[in-house]
Design a protein around this ligand. Structure first.
Ligand SMILES: Nc1nc2c(ncn2[C@@H]2O[C@H](COP(=O)(O)OP(=O)(O)OP(=O)(O)O)[C@@H](O)[C@H]2O)c(=O)[nH]1
Ligand SMILES: [Mg+2]
Length: 179
């Protein structure tokens, strides 16, 4: 799978947290550039997942295109405290992902830094609302999962959703071949 989105929204922290079930003290920019294997456990099963971390900044725009070959699932990511990163999903990452993948590749919309919703020092008007995110996910035909790597909220649910979405797309592909 590949994780896509703007700079500084918590992509790398999320990948590390999904693997380690722990929020990292130090977050590198990308977890290597190239696929990394990780064993994730969920739904009482173990999965070997190969994931690509990416970087949203312009110098990486060309390099990122090479990632789309052969991917099984994409996580489209924004941070709930960055309306800019949410808008960029539609204007950049979703489009780029659709243009550069062949056939149907499943994807999930993820809002990071979810714990900021209950931070009383933050003006709620500056946040992307859950309703906005859910409506957008609905429009592009997927689910919205809001997570907090910092508080480990919904990290397991996200991986459940990754597995379900991926399995469903495999079954649909099989059905298409039989018909
Ligand atoms: N409040 C909060 N901060 C987070 C969370 N996850 C990551 N961060 C912080 O957000 C910043 C960016 O996190 P990264 O994981 O490096 O973000 P990235 O999207 O990989 O950024 P680039 O590699 O620059 O594209 C870091 O300072 C993290 O500590 C979270 O769940 N909550
Ligand atoms: Mg990163």
């Amino acid at each position: 799978m590949v994780i896509l989105g703007e700079d500084g929204i918590g992509k790398t922290a999320l990948l590390i947290t999904m693997g380690d079930k722990m929020y990292p003290e130090y977050v590198p920019s990308v977890v290597g550039f190239g696929p990394k294997e990780s064993t994730l456990t969920n739904l009482k099963r173990k999965y070997r997942v190969q994931f690509w971390d990416t970087n949203g900044s312009e110098p990486y725009d060309t390099l990122r295109l090479t990632v789309y070959r052969d991917i099984g699932l994409a996580i489209l990511c924004f941070a709930i405290d960055s309306k800019y990163s949410f808008e960029k999903i539609d204007t950049k990452y979703y489009t780029e992902f659709k243009v550069n993948t062949v056939g149907y590749v499943p994807f999930i919309l993820v809002g990071t830094k979810g714990e900021l919703r209950s931070d009383s020092t933050i003006d709620v008007n500056t946040l992307v609302t859950r309703k906005q995110a859910e409506e957008y996910a609905n429009k592009i035909g997927t689910h919205y999962v809001e997570v907090s790597s910092k508080n480990l909220t919904n990290i397991d649910n996200l991986f459940d959703q990754v597995v379900l979405t991926y399995d469903k797309s495999l079954k649909e592909k099989k059905n298409c071949l039989i018909q």
